[in-house]
Write a protein that binds this ligand. Structure first.
Ligand code: BGC
Length: 546
């Protein structure tokens, strides 16, 4: 299968990147919410996991309407998460352990508490401040209807009406666009102030030493000229990823985004050390995805195909083929993602229980064997299933706006140690700290402490798998040869380079054992190989040197 970029090897090309959802990773100050010092305190854990890089979700000043994806100050740390000095300390600690750090950049919208939006409300129609956002007059008598039929990704209309500052509070004024929560007004990327501001924000964090950016809603930013109604009705999907992937919308994947990423790429390339950006771009076709990773644009885009795919060999083979179809022609590196803070955890997605865990581990082995970089979401290394958060405890704006059950179930604070909440997530105190989302009692079987003592735990498996990958990856080709081992099997081989052996990965998605004794000299690793029989069990995967 084609691919294999021949550009020199930047650090991110084959990296395993661990996603830290900062609110839920570790709490150092005892308020029940994760913070930057909590990360610093657990850098040894991350080093021991053998990952190469960390991606931190937003920790900037924010009212937290969307848990940090509503940024009020792009150049500061929210007191909830610490200070800029805490950030610098965390970054230095990560770099001292050879861990790169990617931070989240949120360019599609600001918080409604951002000084620009506050000024836009105060200054009124036609002001400079309003032009930085997407304010429009309403339709119908007195402009009482929203300017078009667009729906928010989180549910409900994508427009909110504001008072008119010139006529007093009794009159209703213009409407502003928010593709997400009303507290996340969309920026107007046709206004030059916006582009200049984000270049300056990029430089601020690059100067502090970050290694890259994860670009939120990278397929957003620009809206179709005239902002026409969504044809055939606005509709909303039942889940965030459905709605985000309704790519034929007049607000996604507009051509203007590419100039923005070209400009950012020049900024990144002007710094030493392979600074990078990876885009969250939900687009409709491999060709559209490829546009984002042309040689002068983003370094990577997330490849979301896998996380909504069932555990089926034809489906997984399609994911691999489509991924290569997307990145191959532009010489970009594939990325692989099984999970993140917006989707149901993999174990649950695959059916839950032992079956779900077996499939999650098998998929992880396949992902780690494939060329390119792998993104691992915190808790995946523990085999955490989705938590069924009680409706009264849910905090996701998706749920609060009636856009579905929400994403809280994959965001519950991590269990580190002990037998009862807060499971070492927060410091010990006479009165146990209440975490921002409650942890279930069954987390006691998933703590880092518990799994560290068990050589057969998911954590031990992950530590070993990522370490073995690290030992192999430099000696493996990026070329992928798909092997035919039957309809229910995904199998592929990467050739070794410089005389090193190649790597074969086999995933058994079927219901019967699959013979693998002819495949290679040594089994590197297996999620369930029947000892001595040469058979790979259903719902498992194995690596062979070959
Ligand atoms: C993030 C979500 C967030 C949304 C709006 C998504 O891409 O991953 O968590 O709610 O953007 O910023």
């Amino acid at each position: 299968m084609a691919s294999a970029p021949s550009r020199s090897t930047p650090w991110w090309r084959d990296a395993v990147c661990y996603q830290i959802y900062v609110r839920s990773f570790a709490d150092a100050d005892g308020d029940g919410v994760g913070d930057l010092r909590g990360i610093t305190a657990h850098l040894d854990y991350l080093e021991r996991l053998n990952v190469d890089a960390l991606w931190l979700t937003p920790f900037y000043t924010s009212p937290q309407a969307d848990h940090g994806y509503d940024v009020a100050d792009y150049r500061d740390v929210d007191p909830l998460f610490g200070t800029l000095a805490d950030f610098d300390e965390m970054l230095a600690g990560a770099h001292a352990r050879d861990l790169r750090v990617i931070v989240d950049l949120v360019p599609n919208h600001t918080s409604s508490a951002h000084p620009w939006f506050v000024a836009a409300l105060a200054d009124g129609p036609d002001s400079t401040a309003r032009k930085r956002y997407l304010f429009r007059d309403g339709r119908g008598p007195d402009g009482a209807e929203p300017p078009n039929n667009w729906q928010s990704v989180f549910g409900g209309p994508a427009w909110t009406r504001v008072p008119d500052p010139s006529t007093g509070s009794g009159h209703r004024g213009q409407w502003y666009l928010h593709l997400f929560d009303p507290e996340q007004p969309d920026l107007n990327w046709d206004d030059p102030d916006v582009g200049d501001e984000f270049e300056s924000v990029l430089r601020f964090w690059l100067d502090r030493g970050v290694d890259g950016f994860r670009v939120d809603v990278a397929h957003g930013l620009f809206k179709e000229t005239g902002m026409p109604d969504v044809r055939g009705g606005a509709g909303t999907g039942p889940t965030l990823d459905d709605t985000m992937s309704q790519w034929d919308r007049p607000y996604w994947d507009q051509p203007g985004v590419h100039d923005v990423y070209r400009r950012w790429r020049q900024v990144l390339d002007s710094y030493p050390g392979d600074r990078m950006m990876i885009g969250e771009a939900w687009v409709g076709s491999p060709e559209s995805m490829a546009q984002y990773v042309r040689a002068d644009e983003m370094n990577q885009v997330f490849n979301f195909h896998w996380l909504s795919t069932p555990f089926s060999a034809p489906a997984l083979r399609d994911v691999i083929a489509e991924t290569y179809a997307a990145v191959g022609p532009v010489g970009a590196t594939p990325t692989w993602v099984l999970s993140n803070h917006d989707v149901v955890r993999t174990v649950t997605h695959y059916g839950g229980g032992d079956l779900g865990l077996a499939r999650a581990k098998a998929s992880m082995l396949a992902m780690l064997a494939l060329p390119g970089s792998a993104y691992v979401y915190q808790g995946e290394e523990l085999g955490l299933p989705q938590v069924d958060v009680a409706p009264a405890d849910r905090q996701d704006p998706t749920w609060l706006r009636g856009g579905g059950v929400g994403r809280d179930g994959c965001r519950v604070p991590l269990p580190w140690s002990g037998q009862a909440p807060p499971f070492g997530f927060s410091p010990d105190s006479p009165q146990p700290v209440r975490t921002w989302l409650p942890q279930p009692g069954w987390f006691r079987d998933y703590t880092v402490e518990h799994e560290s003592h068990d050589p057969f735990s998911t954590l031990s498996f992950m530590r070993y798998a990522i370490a073995r990958r690290r030992g192999l990856v430099d000696r493996l080709s990026h070329e992928l040869e798909m092997l035919d081992r039957g309809d229910d099997v995904v199998a592929f081989r990467r050739a070794g380079v410089d005389g090193a052996p190649g790597l074969v990965c086999v995933v058994n998605c079927g219901t019967v054992d699959v013979p693998v004794d002819d495949l290679g000299t040594a089994v590197v690793l297996s999620s369930a190989l029947a000892e001595g029989t040469g058979q790979l069990l259903p719902d498992s995967a194995a690596w062979f040197l070959s």
